[in-house]
Design a protein around this ligand. Structure first.
Ligand code: NAG
Ligand code: NAG
Ligand code: NAG
Ligand code: NAG
Ligand code: NAG
Ligand code: NAG
Ligand code: NAG
Ligand code: NAG
Ligand code: NAG
Ligand code: NAG
Length: 873
């Protein structure tokens, strides 16, 4: 390869001609470099000899010599050719965020002027060879986010000029050499984080790096104790992250007084123990105690001792074994934003001077041994949005200004010894989650809680609250409302009783309402009803019903086939809801003429009109396998306790040895699948989006909120029922738990209508997961977006399921617009395209890439321009 300014240049040429000639050659060098690179999107198209190379994409020149090549995020692959080392002034090479797939290009060490090499986020593999020492002139080496293996070689100590060393997010293993990094005295940033295979002690010589500002060692298998004097030399350190390792022992003495510039301190999720070291910011502590703290900022007090810690913004020590007094000076630092110390054994008090921490945003000290009143000062901080201090020994009354911060969203004070009344919280316009459970609060639930616009989680359980549940709470869109185990009385507001699990009301014997043991009927004594906590008593109260049922079933069955005769033996019935029903009619109604749809797997669904005009839906499950009837009953009871506005309620069931009739609430509009199947299907986008959000919420609830966590396993549009307001309710969930795995799988396999909702991996793993449910949800979302049924035979195209159809369309230009249901006005196009993107993410082939249902809920909410609801997820 020719070198620049080759000798063919005539002696007679002027200096300017000489420069031009050099520049020409630099262009050739770049074109040679380009030749070995794959550029699939032709993004380097303007690298061509018709223009000056200093104007080419990614090229920067200094004094008309190329000094920097910056080709980030261009999907480049191929070979990083050493030819560019012929560029005499090349100082910066940044090829980050591409797909170069090769070992570390050692030959670049021949680039005489190279100062920074950034190969972050490629597919670089192999080990770091000792020859890495050849990069003597490098100041910046970023090899993060690749697949580099092996240990860090001692040869790295030769890179004396190095200021930035980033080896984070690789597959490095073994030990960091104990003496090596300490020799790189120019280092400003060291990142060895996210190398999960590493097993190393923290190299003690890091303490020599006087210029080091950022040290990232999180999530990299560091173990052992923090070397005792390591922090003493790190005078410039601003960010320290040792979180998520296996570090043991105590924190070194003087940790903070050694680190005067520290802004972020994170040692969370380790095994650090013992009391917090003294001798840190002692001066600040003294001043706090003297009440002089407000003067800290005006410089009238000696500098050094005070300046320590004053820059601290984040203090994270959660999930360790720390004990002893929590350093009280930390509470009042003027720059502090985040204090997280949960899951330790700290004791101590929260001082009123916390109000000095005027930037404080987040305090989490749950699960410690703090014994303290909650100071008034807390309510003076205007930026605080989260205060959670559950599982401590906090006592006394709540200050009335507790929630005066205009951004306060989460308060969790459960499991303490707090007393007095529940404050009015009138200023609390942003509160989403409020828990005072397991304390000693007395008095009534304030009506004003009903006026908090975004309150979603309210837990007042296990207190000593009296009076009625205020009607005003019905205004809230509560996802959790737990007042169990108080002394509340009176009629429960209707929407609170129907929308939420009965267990959230239990332990208040004087509450009444439908479904509770006390049904509120005035005058005459009501029949003893059904209480979820005493399910067995139900059996007694419905014995007479069962007798009738047996007769009715027998009668009904004899009119059908003899084969089913055994069904009528030993019928038993369990109701979770006071159905006013003569079961005779119930069974008689279960004839073919009332069957709806094909009933999905296992059996059919019947609509049964009860004599009082009430309608119920009854699902017949047949052929369930080896599941014992005891465990089967237990499973149904578990499922029946679910109360969520997007999940169909199970009102009860009756069963024999061969069949189960599950009784569900009836929903007026039938299933979403049937609706979409109609030729005149037409719903505005806002309604479709609301349906999608409802289904996602119901599913997220099953996955994460309900205990035990459940999988749906057969989600499809015919299992989404709609009420009169088009509010969706998921049905047929978790049937595997009732019939057993084997029977469930064989039924699923025989149900062709389910097949296009099944995630591809289910075909070979037969393992259901949250991700397989997410996939099914994605298919339903596509049905809503396109207005097409999931599986639809189409003339000429044969049967093409909605996902394949969408994938084919969107590959062509403007295809995404073509899949949107043309019956919807283009005003909704932006939202629909957003939903399409989510649907495609939910249905990606790689299960790990699918979002969780909580993420889906959040994104769908954000699409809904009408929704003002903030969620805490
Ligand atoms: C540019 O490169 C092409 C192909 O390498 C060559 O044929 C052409 O002569 C070059 N043009 C100039 C101005 O150097
Ligand atoms: C080459 O493309 C880059 C980025 O699009 C642009 O900034 C530059 O001006 C282009 N150069 C020429 C010579 O067209
Ligand atoms: C790189 O490729 C990916 C996937 O092929 C694509 O999503 C992305 O837009 C491409 N980037 C550029 C800059 O073209
Ligand atoms: C490397 O390049 C990427 C992409 O531009 C950038 O995010 C990263 O900060 C760079 N690394 C360093 C150490 O500057
Ligand atoms: C801590 O060590 C244990 C056992 O040595 C290991 O299983 C675990 O993965 C380590 N944790 C971290 C965060 O490295
Ligand atoms: C700082 O505070 C002290 C004590 O209140 C006061 O005497 C002094 O004037 C203040 N200095 C400044 C510069 O505000
Ligand atoms: C306090 O710090 C300031 C600026 O950092 C400096 O100018 C001043 O001399 C220091 N005073 C003392 C007493 O150290
Ligand atoms: C409380 O913290 C301890 C460690 O100090 C931990 O073992 C325990 O699981 C935590 N309890 C809860 C409820 O998180
Ligand atoms: C409040 O804290 C308790 C105990 O740590 C925890 O179980 C509960 O989930 C928390 N509640 C909310 C709404 O975060
Ligand atoms: C509830 O309050 C009543 C009367 O104020 C008191 O007698 C009772 O002990 C309290 N119960 C609990 C569990 O604190």
């Amino acid at each position: 390869m020719a070198s620049p300014c080759k000798s063919s240049i005539s002696l007679f040429l002027s200096l300017s001609l000489l420069l031009v000639s050099c520049a020409m050659e630099e262009a050739d060098i770049l074109l040679t470099f380009k030749d070995s690179i794959n550029d699939p999107f032709n993004l380097l198209s303007n690298w061509s000899n018709t223009t000056a190379e200093c104007d080419w994409t990614g090229i920067t020149c200094t004094a008309s010599s190329i000094s920097s090549i910056n080709l980030i995020s261009l999907n480049l692959s191929g070979e990083i050719s050493p030819s560019i080392c012929q560029l005499p002034k090349l100082a910066h090479l940044n090829l980050a965020n591409n797909i170069f797939n090769q070992p570390i290009p050692l030959h670049l060490s021949q680039c005489a002027s190279l100062e920074s090499l950034n190969l972050s986020n490629n597919l670089i593999w192999g080990t770091i060879p000792e020859q890495i020492s050849q990069f003597r002139s490098l100041k910046l080496m970023d090899l993060s986010r690749n697949h580099i293996q092996g240990t860090i070689p001692k040869g790295i100590e030769s890179l004396k000029e190095l200021q930035v060393l980033n080896l984070g997010s690789n597959l490095l293993s073994g030990d960091v050499p104990p003496v090596a990094l300490g020799k790189l005295t120019q280092l400003i940033l060291v990142d060895l984080s996210q190398n999960p295979l590493m097993v190393s002690e923290i190299p003690g010589d890091i303490g020599k790096l006087k210029k080091l500002q950022k040290l990232f060692l999180q999530s990299s298998g560091f173990h052992g104790e923090i070397p005792p004097h390591v922090f003493e030399g790190l005078k410039s350190l601003v960010i320290l992250d040792l979180s998520h390792n296996n570090i043991t022992g105590t924190l070194p003495e003087f940790v903070f007084s050694s680190l005067p510039n520290l802004v972020s301190f994170d040692v969370s999720q380790n095994k650090l123990s013992g009391p917090f070291p003294n001798g840190i910011c002692e001066a600040a502590k003294g001043l706090v105690n003297l009440g002089l703290h407000t003067n800290l900022f005006n410089g009238s007090i000696p500098n050094d001792s005070i300046k320590q810690c004053m820059n601290l913004e984040r203090f994270q020590v959660q999930d360790n074994l720390f004990s002893g007094n929590f350093p009280s000076w930390l509470w009042s630092l003027s720059q502090m934003k985040i204090i997280r110390a949960e899951n330790n054994r700290f004791s101590g008090e929260i001082p009123d001077s916390i109000s000095q921490a005027a930037q404080l945003e987040q305090v989490q000290i749950d699960n410690n041994s703090f014994t303290s009143k909650i100071p008034q000062g807390l309510g003076l901080i205007r930026s605080l949005y989260r205060f959670s201090a559950s599982l401590n020994g906090l006592y006394g009354e709540l200050p009335p200004n507790l929630c005066d911060s205009p951004v306060m969203s989460i308060i969790n004070l459960s499991h303490n010894d707090l007393s007095g009344t529940v404050p009015e919280l009138k200023n609390c316009k942003k509160i989403v989650s409020f828990s005072l459970a397991h304390n000693n609060f007395i008095g009534e639930i304030p009506k004003s809680l009903g006026a908090l616009p975004v309150l979603t989680y309210l837990d007042l359980s296990h207190n000593n609250l009296t009076g009625q549940i205020p009607q005003e709470l019905q205004n809230l869109k509560l996802a959790l409302f737990n007042v169990s185990f108080n002394r509340l009385s009176g009629r429960v507001p209707a929407s609170l009783i129907s929308g939420l699990p009965a267990s959230f009301l239990q332990g208040n014997p004087d509450l009444c309402g439908p479904g509770l043991s006390n049904s509120c009927s005035e005058g005459k004594t009501s029949p003893k009803g059904i209480n979820l906590s005493k399910l067995e008593s139900v059996l007694i109260s419905v014995t007479f019903v069962v007798v009738i049922l047996i007769i009715a079933v027998g009668f009904h069955m004899t009119r059908q086939s003899r084969k089913q005769r055994s069904e009528m033996d030993g019928w038993r019935s369990v109701l979770f809801y006071p159905l006013r029903v003569t079961e005779n009619d119930l069974m008689m109604e279960m004839s073919d003429k009332n069957a709806r749809g094909n009933g999905g797997i296992f059996g059919r669904v019947y609509t049964v009109n009860l004599p009082n005009g009430e309608l119920i839906a009854v699902k017949k499950l047949m052929n369930f396998g080896t599941q014992s009837s005891k465990s089967m009953k237990a499973e149904i009871k578990t499922l029946a306790k679910i109360r969520h506005k997007n999940i169909t309620k199970i009102l009860g069931f009756c069963h024999s040895n061969d069949a189960i009739f599950l009784i569900y609430e009836y929903l007026a509009r039938g299933s979403l699948g049937d609706l979409i199947g109609k030729s005149d299907f037409q719903l505005p986008w806002s309604v479709r989006l609301r349906i999608a959000i409802g289904v996602a919420q119901g599913l997220a609830y099953l996955h994460k909120d309900y205990l035990p966590h459940l999988l749906h396993r057969n989600l499809k549009s015919t299992n989404i029922l709609l009420d009169a307001d088009h509010e969706p309710k998921i049905t047929d969930f978790a049937l595997d738990r009732i019939v057993g795995e084997a029977a469930f799988n064989s039924s699923l396999a025989s149900d062709a209508a389910s097949s296009c909702y099944l995630a591809p991996e289910y075909g070979y793993t037969k393992r259901a997961s949250e991700q397989t449910d997410t996939y099914s949800f994605g298919v339903i979302l596509l049905e809503l977006i396109t207005g097409r049924q999931a599986e639809k035979a189409e003339f000429g195209e044969g049967s093409l399921d909605v996902l394949k159809w969408v994938r084919r369309k969107i590959n062509i230009t403007n295809g995404a617009l073509q899949v949107l249901d043309s019956k919807i006005s283009s005003a909704s196009q932006r939202e629909m395209l957003g939903a399409l993107e989510i649907a495609l993410r939910c249905t990606t082939v790689v299960p790990e890439k699918r979002p969780s249902m909580f993420q889906v809920v959040r994104i769908l909410h954000s699409l809904d321009s009408r929704s003002k609801l903030t969620t805490i997820y």
